[in-house]
Design a protein around this ligand. Structure first.
Ligand SMILES: [Zn+2]
Length: 177
């Protein structure tokens, strides 16, 4: 875990090509942003290995909510050649709707801007590729330079994202409801 707030934990999860994680337990709903994909297999404790899955695409995201009702102990093997890396967000909240997250991918070509918009709930902005500037309206400006870097947008804040530098920037917004 790299960061914890009252409502969420941020995890920087990396598995080198050919490596296998230790057995670990998931007991909270998790959303993630793909930073680097590779073929993974999973073994739930007491069961066999799954077939290798397709690598996640850089800048896409996903959600696994079953862990809340049914905690899962498993280990994961990277059977591909590439490093696997995701930034994960575990929600510590229990919204009545059962919808824990909203995900959105933002792709920005050179000089493109994702216009200012407001977030009603805390939202993690994760840089998956390229580089971008995050501008909070009436607040600070953050340079997201390296894939895997992230910044929280506070509930009720508005922000914009700008690619000022070069190749396509991909970002994933993970709102924690
Ligand atoms: Zn946003």
């Amino acid at each position: 875990m790299v960061s914890e707030t009252a409502f969420a934990q941020v995890l920087d999860i990396r598995i080198l090509g050919g490596d296998t994680t230790l057995v670990h337990v998931h007991s909270r709903p998790m959303a993630y942003a793909c930073i680097s994909g590779s073929a993974l297999k999973t073994q739930v404790r007491g069961a066999g290995w799954t077939p290798a899955g397709e690598p996640c695409a850089v800048g896409t995201g996903g959600v696994t909510t079953t862990y809340a009702a049914r905690p899962e102990a498993h280990r994961v093997a990277n059977v591909g050649l590439d490093g696997f890396r995701i930034i994960g967000v575990q929600s510590l909240r229990d919204p009545e709707t059962g919808d824990w997250f909203d995900l959105r991918t933002v792709m920005l070509g050179l000089a493109a801007e994702d216009a200012a918009h407001r977030h009603d709930v805390p939202t993690l902005v994760v840089l998956a590729a390229g580089a971008a500037v995050n501008r909070v309206v009436g607040g600070r400006e953050t340079l997201l330079l390296d894939p895997g870097t992230w910044v929280w947008i506070e509930a009720g804040s508005s922000h914009s994202l700008i690619n000022e530098t070069g190749p396509e920037a991909r970002l994933v917004e993970i709102a924690v409801r």
